[in-house]
Design a protein around this ligand. Structure first.
Ligand SMILES: [Zn+2]
Ligand SMILES: [Zn+2]
Ligand SMILES: [Zn+2]
Ligand SMILES: [Zn+2]
Length: 212
C-alpha cells in the first residue's frame, strides 16, 4: 500500500492527506480573499524529482511569469548561492540568464502563453549539483484577485530522518558522505563537524551550502 502523504494547508494550517489538500484549499483560500475583481489561476503540483516526499501545491496567476515561479521556488526550497536555473517545458529551455539565445529563452514569459492544464515540466536549480523538480499543471480556476502572483497552498510535513549512527532523530545531513547525523553524534562525525548542514524540509537538503 502506498504511504499516505500528509501535508499542511498554508491557509488554515491544518493537516490533511495530499489528496484531500488538492481540493480542500479552494474553500480555504476563498475565505482568505475577497473583492470584486476576479482572476484566473493555475493550481500547480511540485515535487522533488528523486525525493518525492518533498512536495508543494502552489497557485500561480495565469499572468505571472516563469521568473516569478522561479523566485518562489528559490525562496521556499532552493536558494543557496545564486546558481543559474532553468525550466524545461515542451522541448524548450527557459533559463534564468538574462538573454534569449539560439538554444534557450529567458523566463520573462507569462504562464498562460506556454502552459495549460495537464502539462508536465521540470525545473533545474544549479547546473553543477543540480536539484531537479517535477511540476504539473493540475487545474485552472477562478478566484478573487490577490496581492501575490504566486502563493503557497500546501506543503509536505517535514520527514523525520534517523541518525545513521545511533537511530535518534537527525538534525543534520553531511554534505560530504550524505549520512544523517543527530546532535549528539555531530561532534565526532567522521567528515568533520563543518561538513554538516541542517536537516531542512527541502529536496535540496544536504546539497552545496543549502541551509533552508
Ligand atoms: Zn485549509
Ligand atoms: Zn550553492
Ligand atoms: Zn546519532
Ligand atoms: Zn560525512
Amino acid at each position: 500500500m502506498a504511504e499516505k502523504k500528509i501535508g499542511t494547508c498554508a491557509y488554515c494550517k491544518k493537516e490533511f492527506s495530499k489528496l484531500v489538500l488538492k481540493k480542500h484549499f479552494e474553500r480555504c483560500e476563498m475565505k482568505t480573499t475577497s473583492g470584486t475583481e476576479k482572476e484566473e489561476f493555475f493550481l500547480i503540483s511540485v515535487e522533488g524529482y528523486d525525493d518525492k516526499e518533498y512536495w508543494l501545491y502552489i497557485s500561480a496567476n495565469v499572468n505571472s511569469t516563469l521568473k516569478q515561479v522561479d523566485s518562489f521556488l528559490r525562496d521556499i526550497w532552493l536558494e543557496c548561492c545564486g546558481h543559474l536555473s532553468a525550466f524545461y517545458i515542451n522541448g524548450i529551455d527557459y533559463e534564468s540568464s538574462r538573454y534569449d539565445s539560439s538554444y534557450s529563452k529567458t523566463m520573462n514569459i507569462k504562464l498562460e502563453k506556454i502552459l495549460d492544464v495537464g502539462d508536465k515540466f521540470t525545473h533545474d536549480y544549479d547546473f553543477g549539483s543540480t536539484t531537479t523538480l517535477k511540476l504539473k499543471i493540475i487545474s485552472k480556476y477562478i478566484n478573487f484577485k490577490r496581492k501575490k502572483k504566486v502563493e503557497l497552498i500546501a506543503n509536505n510535513i517535514k520527514p523525520l530522518k534517523k541518525c545513521d549512527s545511533c537511530g535518534e532523530i537527525a538534525d543534520y545531513i553531511c554534505a560530504d558522505c550524505g549520512e544523517w547525523v543527530c546532535g549528539k553524534c555531530s561532534t565526532n562525525h567522521k567528515c568533520g563537524e563543518d561538513m554538516l548542514l541542517p536537516a531542512v524540509n527541502s529536496p535540496r537538503v544536504g546539497v552545496c551550502s543549502y541551509c533552508g
